[in-house]
Design a protein around this ligand. Structure first.
Ligand code: ADP
Ligand code: MG
Length: 489
């Protein structure tokens, strides 16, 4: 068994790790830490929850423990897609660097510009930032990136989803060519492959499939739902959600309820509260401090239900969730994998239930094509052959027919398109426009940057709507890999 002490980390870092109680490094840590400490570029591909944060923070702190920062020239830089993720990375730094004296600045929306500027002026060893905020500071002339020796890009696939790739490229170009780059992503879309080919130099490539997620520890199901009348649909769907929660009873210790749209996140949370369920909403339009408080409550168990959008929840470290409810079928298949990955962690049992309306069946097809198994319909017995074997079924669902013939979201309600109107389409947006979910516009875009070039619509998701499996690459939870075959080829 490999131990942390086998990894050449600074003794002060090892001591801090010992304080956390971790017994041994996770596979991504075991793979990424040694080459990082040797100064090599690292490309780490591993799902959420595999311990990627420590795979870069531990070697960074070890390396930064030697040397000193200079005024306005941070020595290292960590880029994260959202404020929450950046704040989490910062917490990790605090924990692992508690025996090492390092100055850290956090450049995210909701944290005072002034104070962070003061830290930078004194000399920051570590700068943790969202791309927009970082460029803001840079453009104000408050910051030089020419002293960056180590640059980390965390959750690169989310950066891609959120249209941050042009910013990332710009930031890369502002840092010295000789820097060390540590790059982490859950998936390897072609666009991400391109970036890593351009900006990483002979990286050590570590790919790890999440071990905890298997068909055995996540019980998945879909409930088909059709409103009796259009104007009652929302009410009936919320009632269905309550019924599903109720029927899970005590088993449902806590749950995340995912909605595709911010407006639904709010409505669902409000309605749950009205019916006596302990719920709170989290999405990109809410105040940072508010989101943090909600998350803290959910983590410490004082809040039972978290109603969330994909962006707000992505990558967040929320331990021990017993249930994940998909109020909507996510319109990007890989979001399903991320969503259900919030449960069934570390060998624990998890349950996930998804509500599927008639207009969502095509997205459901996409998900089943991606995960390569039929998701059992609850209340509906599976065909003979599949019985008991549902999760491993090799046969693609019959419903994949003619998907590519039709535009994907033709039948979505008008309201969904509305938030786009205020935005000028980015040049690269083109045909992707109809794919952009409102929640893809994180709050910090509005508040961080007034020269917003509408990078939100710059989604360049590979394979979106083309019927291709969107890049899980070789990295995928075991349950997905089970019946993987020629399709990925
Ligand atoms: P990722 O960035 O891959 O999604 P995180 O770095 O957020 O994963 O870690 C996920 C969870 O695993 C966190 O609760 C973290 O404290 C825990 N963790 C990280 N490394 C270890 C380890 N070596 N042993 C046990 N738990 C760990
Ligand atoms: Mg992470």
């Amino acid at each position: 068994m490999i131990k942390f002490s086998d990894l050449n980390l600074d003794p002060k870092v090892l001591k801090a790790v010992a304080d956390t109680g971790y017994e041994k490094p996770t596979p991504i840590q075991e793979g990424a830490i040694p080459p990082a400490l040797e100064g090599r570029d690292v490309l780490g591909i591993a799902q959420t929850g595999t311990g990627k944060t420590a795979s870069f923070t531990l070697p960074m702190i070890s390396m930064l423990a030697r040397g000193r920062a200079r005024a306005r020239m941070p020595r290292s830089l960590v880029l994260c897609p959202t404020r929450e993720l950046a704040a989490q990375v910062a917490e990790n730094f605090d924990a692992y660097a508690k025996y090492v004296k390092l100055n850290k600045a956090l450049l995210i929306g909701g944290v005072s510009f002034k104070e962070q500027e003061a830290v930078i002026n004194r000399g920051a060893d570590v700068l943790i930032a969202t791309p927009g905020r970082l460029l803001d500071h840079f453009e104000r002339g408050k910051l030089l990136l020419t002293g960056v020796q180590i640059m980390v890009v965390d959750e690169a696939d989310r950066m891609l989803d959120m249209g941050f790739i042009p910013d990332i490229e710009r930031i890369f170009s502002l840092t010295p060519f000789t820097r060390q780059t540590l790059f982490f992503s859950a998936t390897m879309a072609p666009e991400i492959e391109r970036i890593t080919n351009t900006f990483l130099s002979n990286p050590a490539r570590i790919e790890v499939a999440r071990q905890a997620t298997t068909s055995e520890n996540i019980t998945q199901s879909v409930v088909m739902f059709k409103g009796s009348r259009k104007d009652r649909e929302g009410t009936e769907k919320r009632k269905l959600l309550r019924d599903l929660i109720e029927s899970e009873g005590e088993k449902c210790k806590n749950a995340i309820i995912f909605c595709n749209r911010k407006v639904d996140v709010d409505t669902v949370a409000k309605s749950m509260k009205k019916y006596g369920l302990d719920a709170a909403a989290i999405h990109g339009d809410l105040e940072q401090s508010h989101r943090m408080r909600t998350l803290d409550g959910f983590r410490d168990g004082s809040l039972r239900f978290l109603v969330a959008s994909d962006v707000a929840a992505r990558g967040l470290d929320i331990p021990n969730v017993s249930h994940v409810f998909n109020y909507d079928v996510p319109s990007h298949a890989e979001d399903y994998v991320h969503r259900i990955g919030r449960t069934g962690r570390a060998g624990k049992k998890g349950t996930t239930i998804m509500i599927c309306s008639p207009r969502d069946t095509r997205n459901l097809d996409d998900i089943e094509a991606l995960v390569k198994h039929a998701i059992p319909r609850s209340g509906e017995p599976l065909p003979e052959d599949d019985a008991g074997e549902a999760v491993k079924a090799e046969t693609p669902k019959p419903s994949r027919r003619s998907r590519s013939a039709k535009p994907k979201h033709e039948d979505k309600p008008k309201a969904e398109a509305a938030p786009k109107q205020a935005e000028a389409p980015a040049p690269e947006a083109k045909s992707e426009k109809s794919e952009t979910k409102p929640e893809d516009k994180p709050q910090e875009r509005n508040s961080d940057r007034n020269n917003d070039r509408n990078r939100d619509s710059g989604r360049s998701r590979s394979g979106g709507g083309s019927g291709k499996s969107v890049g899980l690459g070789d990295d995928m939870p075991a349950f997905i890999a089970k019946s993987f075959d020629e399709r990925m080829g």
